[in-house]
Design a protein around this ligand. Structure first.
Ligand code: ZN
Length: 265
């Protein structure tokens, strides 16, 4: 399992930035909760811990101590910007080189968030933030738009936009740190119904059956398979996507004097 620590910025008595009727602490929690739900519901190898799941006051030291004690593989801190700008940017710690693993992981996540956030891209940045400096694992911090910029704030009030931003974080994490989607059932239409007209332990007998079928107008081929160490030669007279067509072939074969049955592959 890959341990991912999700840190919604601020909370409780610390509202974070304010603007356009919004509090940063509420927007960060809305995004972080969506990120957690997507990771937990859609991936087989992601396990998530959050610095807060409601409107609690949690200090920066409590957050990084908790993530370090848990042994997180990745720390994702989610924030909203303020101060008169417009758009998205993200941060890794100032001491990290551009060729570091964390920088490469950030590049991937930055690209995926930028695709979906519907805001100008303000670039990939570095800073000496507490959560980037005091964490023992790879860490990044996202600033998802400016709460005091009207058009950015308008998006923050849209559930669709919150979903998209969360999806950007999740898509980035999937690509960057090797998350695996839950296995999905094979698409319908991939099932084949094969008509078997004899299963033999020797090739000669199977060849003889092919010749008999040919004499009565049925094309066939031999499928070799091994079960419990024994090899069988199965004579196949057709593979069908529709079971009805396979049934019809079985009937035709029986009328011509051949025993036949269907296997599903
Ligand atoms: Zn913040």
């Amino acid at each position: 399992m890959v341990k991912i620590y999700i840190d919604p910025g601020h909370g409780g008595t610390d509202s974070g930035a304010l603007g356009n009727g919004l509090k940063e602490k509420d927007v960060t929690l809305a995004i972080a909760t969506r990120v957690r739900n997507m990771l937990v519901n859609e991936y087989s190898n992601a396990t998530v811990r959050m610095s807060r799941t409601g409107d609690q006051t949690v200090s920066l030291t409590q957050r990084t101590t908790d993530a370090n004690a848990w042994g997180a593989a990745f720390y994702m801190s989610i924030h909203i910007n303020a101060g008169g700008g417009n758009g998205y940017e993200d941060y890794i710690h100032s001491n990290l080189s551009d060729s570091s693993t964390t920088a490469q992981v950030r590049n991937t996540i930055h690209a995926e968030i930028s695709k979906l956030i519907e805001m100008p891209n303000r670039g990939k940045k570095k800073a000496d933030f507490h959560v980037l400096r005091e964490t023992n694992m790879q860490a990044m911090l996202t600033e998802n738009g400016f709460i005091d910029f009207a058009s950015n704030a308008a998006k923050m009030k849209s559930s669709d936009w919150l979903d998209k931003v969360a999806r950007g974080h999740v898509n980035g994490l999937e690509k960057a740190i090797g998350l695996k989607k839950n296995s999905t059932p094979p698409p319908s239409g991939s099932t084949l119904y094969r008509v078997v007209t004899g299963s033999f332990s020797t090739r000669n007998n199977a060849d003889q059956r092919v010749a008999e079928l040919k004499a009565k107008g049925f094309d066939s081929f031999i499928d070799i398979f091994t079960q419990s160490g024994v090899t069988y030669y199965r004579v196949i007279t057709g593979s069908f996507k529709d079971k009805a067509n396979a049934d019809e072939q079985v009937n035709d074969l029986k009328k011509a004097g051949f025993d036949a049955f269907i296997i599903v592959v």
